[in-house]
Design a protein around this ligand. Structure first.
Ligand code: NAG
Ligand code: NAG
Ligand code: NAG
Ligand code: NAG
Ligand code: NAG
Ligand code: NAG
Ligand code: NAG
Ligand code: NAG
Length: 316
């Protein structure tokens, strides 16, 4: 009796009888339940039948207009307080729920297995007996499973300094660290840019992370833009960037981005590359040399011009 077509006959049952509550022969022990996705849950109910018994009852569980299970009791015997001791029945489980539910005919409880967030909703149980309907409902919340507690870290990017001063010709590490939420659902990309121009782009394709979300190893593809080839070094495990042999025009704002499936986390470092005292002295020395040469030229040229003038005058 698991023919799916039978399910379509069940709404008739709803039409014939109004949903009037005329007794407490059906007990629902919870009105709401919170569970985690992947778990199972029992929707706990019990029922009793009072003598004299004219008909055996039918029991139905419904959610969102879908009948989950329909049970028609055909015979049985009752114990104390009218609780069924044994019953014979025909039970139909909707094809949509087959393998996912257990129905307990002696107390009308429904056991739902392998829950997903889609199962969130109101579950109504109806007991039809002698023309009356006894009704109860349980609201079920299925929550997304949380990440394991020891790794409750989100994606994070820490830039360890906001500005750095350095001299021409030196190297400079732009120090950062990053963490990835665990378990990693997707791997991030990392990008460094200066004044909007990309320096390096790294996309991580696999790896492993330890507690606190710090990467232990990563598989990645790193591309360095041609202008920076040989001048920068990128560290995929902490996203730090080493700038080498700096010149004055390397000054500026450096931006690092951690791009994940869910968000983009950004950090900046201002870099000032200053002329080293040595190069400043060189510059001054050079300037002095030029002035000296000019003076020397001046000194040499003046007598020559005078001599030429004198010679010209004498010729006339
Ligand atoms: C179940 O979860 C819902 C939604 O998060 C919340 O509103 C409700 O208070 C929770 N109920 C219980 C019993 O924890
Ligand atoms: C209903 O019966 C089942 C099977 O015997 C049992 O596991 C469950 O606890 C019962 N539920 C209630 C509310 O008594
Ligand atoms: C119900 O079960 C009892 C006990 O087994 C039996 O005597 C009786 O004939 C059954 N009734 C029906 C209608 O099958
Ligand atoms: C990111 O890391 C910093 C330093 O480690 C910490 O102070 C901050 O709370 C973290 N932010 C998030 C969203 O985890
Ligand atoms: C770096 O140099 C700039 C300009 O000379 C100055 O404004 C800034 O305070 C300096 N920063 C540090 C960290 O020394
Ligand atoms: C990042 O990694 C590199 C290479 O292991 C290391 O030299 C550097 O100190 C690290 N930076 C930070 C901020 O941890
Ligand atoms: C990631 O690396 C682990 C360990 O080496 C490996 O088992 C897994 O198959 C890799 N995953 C992908 C998508 O490459
Ligand atoms: C920076 O200046 C150096 C010479 O001082 C030059 O070779 C280089 O092309 C300049 N770079 C940029 C990005 O302007």
């Amino acid at each position: 009796m698991t023919d799916g077509r039978v399910i379509f006959l069940i709404p008739v049952f709803n039409l014939l009888f109004t949903d009037s509550i005329v007794g407490d022969d059906l007990t629902v022990y919870k009105n709401s339940l919170n569970v985690t996705a992947g778990q199972s849950v029992l929707l706990p109910t019990s029922y009793s039948i009072t003598y004299p018994l004219k008909n055996w009852p039918s029991i139905e569980w419904v959610t969102k207009d879908d009948t989950i299970v329909y049970c028609s009791v055909t015979n049985g015997s009752l114990g104390a307080e009218g609780r069924p001791v044994w019953v014979t029945e025909n039970t139909i489980i909707s094809p949509k729920y087959q393998g996912r539910v257990d129905f307990f005919r002696l107390n009308a409880s429904l056991f739902l297995k392998d829950l997903t967030e889609m199962d969130t909703g109101s579950y109504t149980v109806r007991l039809l007996m002698d023309g009356n309907i006894y009704k109860g409902a349980i609201h079920l919340w299925v929550h997304q499973s949380p990440a394991p507690t020891d790794s409750m870290v989100g994606d994070n990017l820490t830039v360890h300094t906001s500005s750095l001063n350095v001299s021409v010709g030196q190297s400079l590490l732009l120090p950062t660290t990053y963490s990835i939420s665990s378990p990693a659902q997707s791997w991030p990309s990392i990008e460094w840019a200066r004044e909007g121009q990309t320096i390096v782009h790294c996309s991580v394709s696999n790896g492993s992370i330890r507690a606190k979300g710090l990467p232990v190893w990563v598989n990645e593809k790193t591309g360095i833009s041609p202008e920076y080839q040989g001048r920068v070094e990128f560290f995929p495990l902490n996203a730090s960037l080493l700038l080498k042999d700096l010149s004055v025009n390397d000054s500026g704002t450096y931006t690092v981005k951690l791009l994940t499936a869910k968000n983009v986390i950004k950090g900046t470092i201002h870099v000032w590359v200053q002329r080293s005292p040595a190069s400043l002295e060189d510059y001054i020395t050079q300037s002095r040399t030029v002035i000296f040469i000019l003076r020397m030229i001046g000194c040499c040229i003046t007598p020559v011009v005078l001599c030429l003038l004198i010679l010209c005058c004498e010729c006339r």
